[in-house]
Ligand binder design. Structure first.
Ligand code: HEM
Length: 395
């Protein structure tokens, strides 16, 4: 690999909640295909057009080498994220129906119950960390319900999932590996259980994967295991961070907070604009399979490339006044917070459901809320709030 000597930005530079987007705005102007030496070196695509082009072109930009920068997957191949089409396709065919609107509608009552159970004690206390005390717990509860796993298994997943997240956030490779293997053990136990007692494949992911046939054959069992292991964490961190970032924005804009409280029917549109502005997965990675020239830069085969969704979503060439929150943007449907192309997030409807219900209940159960201390930001590959000390005034 022939890495350039100079780097365009330092991906390891300390960050604050607001600083990273300023760096990205500068890179979009100055150097839209940027190189950093961090984590062994990687390219970063900063503009909307480049990100969308790479996300759609799986023949040039493979996902099979690494999916995020820095690389965190050391413990095996996990579909769908780790496979390109056509190997990727049967896994998505099995998973996609589990997110249809009837299933999401059936999830609304339990998800609202989880939101209220977790949020009300925090509001009653009057202060706390919205991420640590609320939004880091919610997605695991939601996920356990969607996966049809019992309370005991959900408690285990909560403990291991949390340890895994903390290790990823702190870049402690040994603990990432260890907790990843524990997640495999949970996935393996769940598969054995479903084999013994299948559930309805229309509402159960593991049963659906076991029942799936590709060209008449069942899916490879090791890959089913990898897929369940993948799904066990993929939808957990983003909602945690996203809810924290929304709370920060609304604390800084009490007028918008009051407007959404008075007109809750605007919340779904607000969620889309928040997803654009505070895209929680900073970017996923691909690797060039052949020499590629982008933005005048020569990318060699084997070099990792971050598709920086969080930068693409603020690209002024695509979203006018892109750093500002604006309800009802005409092209808001084109944001890439959930990615694009074959790997675009299948869980988006479930993510939107929990974000909407969290915001509805937070606004309905408070007269106001504000940030009271320092916001701790997340790190690559996420971006946004990890800890937000807040004060709440209940109704
Ligand atoms: C705010 C919440 C969420 C955000 C922002 C988000 C974002 C994303 C993005 C950007 C990708 C594309 C990865 C790539 O380009 O390589 C992705 C993939 C994926 N997401 Fe989500 N996600 C969220 C929640 C969820 C939830 C709740 C689930 C499931 C319960 C889920 C399941 C998946 C899966 C299985 C993939 C891999 C798809 C594939 O490789 O074909 N996500 N997500």
């Amino acid at each position: 690999m022939a890495w350039p000597q100079a780097e365009d930005f330092d991906a390891l530079a300390p960050e604050t909640f607001d600083s990273t987007q300023a760096v990205y705005a500068d890179l979009r102007e100055r150097c839209p295909v940027a190189y950093s030496r961090a984590w062994g070196g990687f390219w970063a695509l900063m503009t909307y057009d480049d990100v969308v082009a790479a996300a759609g072109d799986y023949k040039t930009f493979t996902t099979t080498v690494q999916n995020v920068v820095p690389k965190v997957a050391f413990t095996g191949r996990r579909p769908p994220l780790h496979l390109d089409p056509p190997e990727h396709t049967p896994f998505r065919r099995a998973l996609n129906p589990l997110f249809v609107s009837s299933r999401i509608k059936a999830m609304e009552a339990p998800v609202r119950r989880f939101v209220v159970e977790l949020l009300q004690p925090l509001i009653d206390r009057g202060e706390g960390d919205i991420c640590g005390d609320f939004s880091s717990h919610l997605p695991i509860r939601v996920f356990a319900e969607w996966m049809n796993i019992n309370d005991e298994q959900a408690a285990e997943l909560r403990a291991v999932g949390r340890a895994f997240n903390i290790a990823v956030q702190s870049n402690i490779d040994e603990v990432v590996k260890e907790t990843s293997l524990q997640l495999y053990a949970i996935a393996r136990a769940l598969i054995e259980e479903r084999k013994a007692r299948p559930l309805n494949p229309e509402t159960d992911a593991i049963t659906a994967l076991l029942a799936a046939r590709h060209e008449g054959e069942p899916l490879n069992e090791d890959l089913i295991l990898g897929c369940i292991r993948q799904v066990l964490v993929v939808g957990i961190i983003a909602p945690t961070v996203m809810i924290g970032s929304i709370a920060v924005h609304l604390s800084r804009d009490p007028e918008l907070q009051a407007k959404l409280r008075a007109e809750p029917e605007l919340i779904p549109d607000a969620i889309e604009e928040f997803l654009r502005l505070y895209t929680p997965y900073r970017g996923f990675a691909r690797t060039a399979v052949c020499p590629v020239t982008m933005g005048g830069r020569e990318i060699e085969p084997g070099e990792p490339i971050a598709l920086v969704y969080a930068s693409a979503n603020r690209d002024e060439a695509k979203f006018t006044d892109g750093t500002r929150f604006k309800l009802g943007r005409e092209n808001i449907g084109e944001h890439v917070a959930f990615g694009r192309g074959p790997h675009a997030c299948p869980g988006a409807p479930l993510a939107r459901l929990q974000l909407r219900l969290a915001l509805e209940e937070l606004l309905a159960r408070t007269k106001g809320f504000e940030v009271t201390g320092e916001i701790t930001p997340t790190r690559m590959p996420e971006i946004g709030a990890l800890m937000v000390p807040m004060r709440f005034v209940g109704v």
